[in-house]
Design a binder for this molecule. Structure first.
Ligand SMILES: C[S@@+](CC[C@H](N)C(=O)[O-])C[C@H]1O[C@@H](n2cnc3c(N)ncnc32)[C@H](O)[C@@H]1O
Length: 234
């Protein structure tokens, strides 16, 4: 097991080694890695199961933001094959793979940017998102969390599974590198690129609380799972 300092040293070295690699557009990044994507993500298996186990008992209709090929949905449908899912993802190839794996499920694929998607009001028994939101700055996430909060039925949950920075230094190092490299490459403001900018647990849960969620459970695995509840009265 690495110490925090060893981990940060490895990260700084990796950032130096990859400094001159071009930033890849988000959807193209995943398209290019379709062949070994699921194997690469299999390290998070425990967290995928935790997402499935954290869903409320009577749960009929859920929304998955950045569903990809549906690794979290594999676990959810294993437990409850009748659950209806709407999955939003930018990458057509990822959605096609999901549809190919689960032709018999109640699944609506939406190939769209989730910042543009309208999830409606008080509609979902649960909203989930796994390993997708750590690519965005907190200002953007706040806007999305407000939308998610409104879209969930009163008293129901948002389950966020994601990469969490181990300390302020990791959060700042990655964000500063991301902003600098976007600027150097003159990436237009509205273009999504694949680069990880996770928040610390304190900052992530602070954002979620800030839009009204009560943090009900934090499972601090390699990919953390945070269960957030919407108030009954809202
Ligand atoms: C690391 S993958 C995770 C996929 C899936 N949740 C899983 O754990 O296997 C991140 C996914 O988020 C999607 N994504 C990233 N930004 C997005 C956005 N703004 N709108 C919709 N999907 C997005 C990517 O296309 C990709 O499929």
């Amino acid at each position: 097991m690495k110490t925090q300092e060893e981990y940060l040293q490895g990260l700084r070295q990796w950032l130096r080694d990859t400094e001159h690699e071009p930033l890849e557009e988000m959807s193209a990044f995943f398209e290019k890695r379709m062949d070994d994507y699921e194997e690469h993500m299999s390290v998070w298996e425990k967290s995928y199961r935790l997402v499935a186990e954290s869903l409320p008992g009577e749960c009929r209709k859920i929304l998955d933001l950045g569903c990809g090929t549906g690794l979290e949905l594999d676990q959810i449908w294993k437990k409850n094959p009748d659950i209806e899912v709407t999955g939003v993802d930018l990458c057509r190839d990822m959605l096609d793979k999901l549809l190919e794996k689960h032709p018999d499920k109640h699944f609506t694929a939406v190939c769209q940017d989730y910042f543009q998607y309208d999830p409606g009001c008080g509609q979902w028994d649960a909203v989930i998102s796994f390993e997708s939101l750590h690519h965005f700055l907190p200002e953007r996430k706040k806007e999305l969390y407000q939308k998610i909060y409104r879209s969930i039925k009163a008293g129901r949950v948002f389950i966020l599974g994601d990469y969490i920075a181990c300390c302020d230094e990791e959060e700042e190092l990655l964000r500063d590198t991301y902003l600098r490299r976007r600027k150097q490459s003159a990436v237009p403001e509205d273009r999504f690129v694949h680069f990880d900018i996770p928040l610390t647990m304190e900052h992530e849960t602070g954002l979620l609380r800030g839009v009204g969620f009560q943090i009900e459970n934090v499972m601090d695995e390699d990919a953390a799972v945070i269960v957030c509840r919407k108030r009954e009265a809202d």
